[in-house]
Structure formats: C-alpha cells, structure tokens
Design a protein around this ligand. Structure first.
Ligand code: ZN
Length: 157
C-alpha cells in the first residue's frame, strides 16, 4: 500500500491578508477566515431544538422551525464516522485518497478528506479521533492568481 505523506504548512493566521497581495480565499462559504483570528468551519444551530448543521440554512431539518437558526463556530475536533478510499477520481487528482465523514465534538457533521493516514482499512478505525486542519487547496489558483484555503481531517495521535 502506498503511504501518503503530505507536508502541511498549517495555516498561519497572519499570512492570509496582505493589502495589494494575492489572497487566499476559502474554498467553501462555510470555511471562515476571520481577520486576525484562526480559520474555522461555520455551522448553524437551531435555537428551538439545538440541532446543529454545517453551513447556512434558514429552516431546521429536525424540527422545521423557521428563522431561528444562528451562526456558530464548529469545533475543530471530532471522530471519524465513516470513510471511503477513492482509487479513481477526476483527471489531475492524486489517488488513492480517503474521503471521510466526521462528527464534530459539540455537533455538526462534515465531509472532507482524511490526510496523514495510509489509505489502508487496517489503519483507519471508525470513531478514531481527528482534528480539522486548514491548508492550501492543492496549489490551485483562480484566474487572478489567488490561492484557495481548504480544510482537511488529520488523525490525532
Ligand atoms: Zn430545530
């Protein structure tokens, strides 16, 4: 089995906004890059039933309450709920990689790639603790040369 070793330059909060310089943009709307703060994933919590969802929504999927959703910062730690090892993907995407679903501490379920872990079922355990880390999205840039910041899951040893 091929070992995947990624060198992570874990995102330093002081580097993503320089006036006049190329910026790093979040790859999805629910990845927040607050100026002077650490990156985080945003969820919405229903103030009626306390259900928590990734991203933004106006109606609670649990109790169907409307207009009672408030934005919250999701936890950066969680447990691996499920995964798939992907052997075939779009052209230019390195395989194999691990596509994972993680339940975050305190609520919220997030899909993303599990890194720093061999794509070997013997080494991936359900419920193993993981953390959310933020890094450059595989070197991709938009037409203006701005890079993207994405999130990944990493096993906590
Ligand atoms: Zn609700």
């Amino acid at each position: 089995m091929i070992a995947i070793v990624k060198k992570l330059n874990l995102y330093k909060t002081t580097t993503y906004k320089f006036k006049g310089e190329k910026m790093s943009l979040p790859v999805v709307d629910y990845l927040k890059l607050p100026e002077g703060g650490d990156p985080y994933l945003e969820g919405h919590k229903c103030t009626d039933c306390s259900s928590i969802f990734l991203g933004e929504r106006n109606v609670c999927s649990n109790c169907f309450s409307r207009e009672n959703m408030e934005a919250i910062k999701l936890n950066n730690k969680g447990k691996l709920y499920s995964y798939s090892i992907v052997f075939r993907s779009f052209p230019g995407i390195d395989v194999p990689y691990i596509s994972a679903i993680v339940d975050l501490e305190g609520g919220g379920t997030v899909k993303g790639n599990l890194i720093d872990c061999d794509p070997d079922p013997e080494k991936i355990k359900f419920d193993m603790p993981v953390e959310v880390v933020f890094d450059d999205a595989l070197g991709r840039k938009d037409s203006e040369g701005n890079s993207y910041i994405s999130y990944f899951f990493k096993p906590i040893s």
